[in-house]
Design a binder for this molecule. Sequence first.
Ligand code: NDP
Length: 284
Amino acid sequence: MSQQNFRSILTGSFSTPCDDNPTVAMIEAAYQHHDIDARYINCDVKAEGLKDAVAGARAMEWVGFNCSLPHKVKVIEYLDEVAESARIIGAVNCVSIRDGRLIGDNTDGKGFLASLKKVTDPSGKKVLLLGAGGAARAIAVELGLASAAHITVMNRDPKKAETIAALVRDNTSAKADVQAWDGDASVPEDVDILINATSIGLGDSETMPPLKVETLRKGLIVADVIPNPPRTRLLREAESKGCTVLDGLGMLVNQGVIGVEHWLGKTLDAGVMEKTLKDIFGAA
Ligand code: NDP
């Protein structure tokens, strides 16, 4: 009898559009690096096909998949279980399939936190969070669960910011308030961590969130969620003022690492994944 195994472990992503999603390259590079016989399949799944795609993944015994736009909320109704932070955030971007059971988690905020923890422990820290979309919501909840002291959510539309601040107040020990974003924002002196969780800077290395650069100071941690280009103008300005900076590649890589830990119980080499993304983005 042959001992050879011609069946790979199956993982992947459901989103639409998905042609420019580089996660497949990042994760498959790491699978190859570790000699893991697994595939990550980037699937274009339209809204009306999500239910069938999820059922297909279960039927084909995939071990898990990521969900990106527009499926992060809708997918919840097809799951058997949802992890605590994903339930609070109200969105799932990572599903594990164990014994036919579908378990949802949100690794966006966890990926950010893993990246942040390399430079500081958020416990007891004061945070100014720019933006109130999906990324900001996931980051705010994880920071609250990690015992941040206070989070100010700043957004053009303060109603969206208030929704996030209320989630943090109601579900974590952190205090949270809101500031309308009107003109150039100042970073108060007692803020420890500034986070750009808006889409400003995506694909544009010269645009930065409207803020008074003179309020960036040595000792402040400045993080950007923008993965491409990784060295955003905000991070370049912050670096020139002596701030500690964190790029959006770390968040992207770490959410991939966490997802594969859920699926395979193995920790992938983050360096291999980051290098793959940098090569793709021409940022090596
Ligand atoms: P959303 O569309 O949900 O939210 C976008 C946010 O940006 C909103 O708060 C919006 O404000 C704000 N915004 C956009 N343009 C401006 C502007 N000109 N001035 C002020 N505010 C602005 O997007 P997501 O939260 O899903 O994603 C945000 C970014 O995070 C994206 O660029 C995405 O690529 C990145 N991301 C990175 C990840 C990573 O792993 N590195 C993971 C997930 C996302 P308003 O509400 O007022 O419109």
